[in-house]
Design a binder for this molecule. Structure first.
Ligand SMILES: [Zn+2]
Length: 49
């Protein structure tokens, strides 16, 4: 499920290893991330395939 970074409002793909598709750790600051059903808006490779 996509995850939204609440500070940047950007929506990324989540990977099983606990990072976004563009390799940002979700586990480091879990309070900054929420699950969303909205479309991924991150343009970086790994999130936007
Ligand atoms: Zn991303």
């Amino acid at each position: 499920m996509p995850v939204k970074h609440t500070l940047t409002k950007e929506i990324h793909k989540e990977t099983k290893s606990g990072t976004t598709g563009c390799s940002t750790s979700i586990k480091e600051y879990p309070s900054q991330w929420v699950y969303t059903r909205n479309k991924i808006t991150c343009e970086k490779s790994g999130c936007r395939n």
